[in-house]
Write a protein that binds this ligand. Structure first.
Ligand code: 4AD
Ligand code: MG
Length: 482
C-alpha cells in the first residue's frame, strides 16, 4: 500500500522511529558532497524544517541536481534518530521525486537574508521565508483566537456589508463602488453624475467600519462581533496604516463605558496569552530575529523587553485608565513638550492626540498599556454618548507600546433627541440614517462597542515594525499588486 503523506510538524514530534514516511514540501537548502546530501525540507506546517539525508548513489545524481532551493519534492524514507545536532529526527531517503523545479538562476529567494522592502515586491513568494511563514501562521492563530474568545462568551458573529450606501460613520475617506462608464457617465439635468442609474440605484462605497450595522445586531441579539475587511482611502503612508485592513468590532447591548473597557482589556490579554500558549515556536523564531535586529541599534534605542516579555507584560498588567483631560495635562508638562521635541506641540485642551503623544504616554510616562477616555466631542464621531458636561463624549482609545492607538470605541448615544441634535450639528442628514435612528425610536437601550485593528494587533504580537509585513497582500496608496 502507498504510504500517506505526513506533515512535517507531526514528523518532527513523532516518537515512532524506523517507520516508512512520506514528506512533501519545498527545499530550503541543500548541502553535501559525493557521499551524502542534506536537504532542509519545509511544508509550511512548522517554522522548523526536517532534514532529509540522501545518498547520491541511491537517489541518483539526475534527481539531486534538480533539488535546489525552492523546488518542490516528495520524499519517501525512514524516520530515524538524527546523528547531527539541531534536530532529533531526520528522514533517511529511499526515494525522492521532484514535483516542481525552481531554476536557481531565476528563483528570487535564496538562502540568505533578504530585506523586507525586497520581499514586499515578491509578496507572492515571501510566505516561503521563515519570517513570513511564522507571521502568517500567527495571523491564522490570532484569527481563530478572536472567534474562540467571542464564541465562548456567547457573542454572535455578525456579517456586515462591505458595500455600503451610507457614509455617515465619518471614519475616513471612502472608495467608490460603481459600474458606471467612467468616460461617459449618465448625467442629471444639472450636469452631475446620475447615480440613480448606477448598479445599486444610488451612490455606494466600500465600508470604513461595520459598526453602525453592528449596533443593529446588538440591539436584537444582545452581543455580536464583526470581523472583516474595511477600506479607507486616506493618503496615510505610515507604518501603521493600510488602505484595506481587517477590523474586529464587538457591539454589546446594556454595556456602559466601563463594561466596554473591561471587555476590551480582557480581549487583548486573552489574545496575547493565546499567542504565548499556541505559537511558541514561531514566537521564539521572531523573538530571536528581533534580538539580532536590536543588537544593530545604539544601546539607548534598544527595546527593554523581548517579544515574549512584551506579551506577558500585557497579560500581567492592568491597563492604566485616565481621561483625555488628565492626559493633556501630563503631555503639556512633559519634557519633550517643554523642550519642543514633539513634531506637534501640545498646546491645550481640544487638540487631537498624535501617535507621538500616545506613544509618550505608554512608553515613557506610564510604561503600561493605557486607556484614554472622555474625549472632546469635537474630535470624535457623532454616535458617541454625550457626557453630562456637554463637552466630552464617552469614548475610549487603547494605546499600546510601539503602536499608539490599537483600539477605538465608545458608549453609543442611545437618546434619540441628543443623537439627532448632534447629527444636525455635524450636518449628517437624518433621512439617510432613518434605519439607524429606528433603533433609538423603538426599544432603545444603552450599548457600547469598540474596534480592534487586526493588523495593529499583529504588529504587536510579531514584533515586526511595518504593517505591510503582517498582511499577505498589503494595499496602500499607490500599491495594489497581486
Ligand atoms: O478608531 P477607528 O476609526 O474606529 C472605528 O472605526 C469604530 N467604528 C470602531 C468601533 O467603535 N466599532 O478604528 C478602529 C481601529 C483603530 O483603533 C486602529 O487599530 C484600526 O482600527 N485602524 C487601522 N488599522 C490599519 N490601517 C488603518 N488605516 C486604520 N485605521 C484604523
Ligand atoms: Mg480611532
Amino acid at each position: 500500500m502507498k504510504t500517506k503523506r505526513t506533515k512535517i510538524a507531526a514528523l518532527l514530534k513523532s516518537t515512532q522511529q524506523d517507520v516508512e514516511v512520506v514528506a512533501k514540501g519545498w527545499v530550503r537548502t541543500k548541502r553535501g558532497n559525493k557521499q551524502v546530501n542534506f536537504i532542509a525540507l519545509n511544508d509550511g506546517s512548522s517554522i522548523n524544517s526536517i532534514q532529509v539525508v540522501a545518498d547520491p548513489e541511491l537517489i541518483g545524481e539526475d534527481v539531486l541536481k534538480n533539488i535546489t532551493t525552492g523546488a518542490s519534492i516528495s520524499v519517501t524514507g525512514k524516520l530515524v534518530a538524527s546523528q547531527g545536532a539541531g534536530q532529533s529526527v531526520e528522514i533517511s531517503a529511499s526515494q525522492i521525486e521532484v514535483l516542481g523545479v525552481a531554476d536557481p538562476e531565476k528563483y528570487p529567494l535564496q538562502p540568505k537574508k533578504h530585506s523586507f522592502e525586497f520581499l514586499r515586491e515578491i509578496a507572492h513568494l515571501r510566505p516561503r521565508t521563515n519570517t513570513f511563514g511564522a507571521v502568517f501562521r500567527i495571523r491564522h492563530a490570532m484569527s481563530f483566537a478572536v472567534h474562540k474568545f467571542f464564541n465562548d462568551k456567547g457573542f454572535y458573529y455578525w456579517h456586515t456589508p462591505f458595500v455600503t450606501g451610507s457614509d455617515a460613520e465619518g471614519a475616513g475617506e471612502m472608495f467608490r463602488v460603481s459600474t458606471l462608464d467612467p468616460i461617459n457617465p449618465p448625467l442629471t439635468e444639472e450636469g452631475n453624475i446620475d447615480y440613480s442609474k448606477d448598479f445599486f440605484g444610488k451612490e455606494t462605497n466600500l465600508t470604513v467600519s461595520g459598526q453602525l450595522e453592528g449596533e443593529l445586531g446588538a440591539l436584537a441579539l444582545g452581543e455580536i462581533y464583526t470581523f472583516g475587511p474595511t477600506f479607507r482611502a486616506e493618503n496615510s503612508n505610515t507604518t501603521r496604516h493600510l488602505s484595506e485592513f481587517w477590523m474586529i468590532e464587538p457591539e454589546m447591548a446594556f454595556y456602559d463605558l466601563t463594561d466596554n473597557m473591561d471587555l476590551a482589556e480582557e480581549f487583548l490579554q486573552f489574545l496575547c496569552q493565546y499567542a504565548l500558549d499556541n505559537c511558541t515556536d514561531d514566537l521564539a523564531f521572531l523573538e530571536k530575529r528581533l534580538l539580532d535586529e536590536e543588537k544593530l541599534k545604539p544601546a539607548n534605542e534598544r527595546s527593554e523587553m523581548s517579544l515574549t516579555e512584551k506579551l506577558k507584560f500585557v497579560v500581567d498588567n492592568e491597563f492604566i485608565r485616565l481621561t483625555y483631560t488628565e492626559a493633556i495635562d501630563i503631555l503639556k508638562n512633559s519634557k519633550p513638550n517643554k523642550k519642543k521635541k514633539f513634531q506637534f506641540p501640545v498646546e491645550g485642551w481640544g487638540t487631537d492626540l498624535q501617535s507621538e503623544h500616545e506613544r509618550y504616554l505608554v512608553e515613557k510616562h506610564f510604561k503600561k498599556p493605557v486607556i484614554l477616555t472622555d474625549y472632546p466631542k469635537d474630535i470624535k464621531a457623532f454616535y458617541m454618548r454625550m457626557n453630562d458636561d456637554g463637552n466630552t463624549v464617552g469614548a475610549m482609545d487603547i494605546l499600546f507600546p510601539g503602536i499608539g492607538e490599537i483600539v477605538g470605541g465608545s458608549q453609543r448615544e442611545e437618546r434619540l433627541d441628543v443623537l439627532t441634535s448632534r447629527m444636525a450639528e455635524m450636518n449628517i442628514p437624518e433621512e439617510e440614517m432613518d434605519w439607524y435612528l429606528d433603533t433609538r425610536r423603538f426599544g432603545t437601550a444603552p450599548h457600547s462597542g469598540f474596534g480592534l485593528g487586526f493588523e495593529r494587533l499583529m504588529i504587536f504580537v510579531t514584533g515586526l515594525s511595518n504593517i505591510r509585513d503582517v498582511i499577505p497582500f498589503p494595499r496602500t496608496p499607490g500599491s495594489a499588486a497581486f
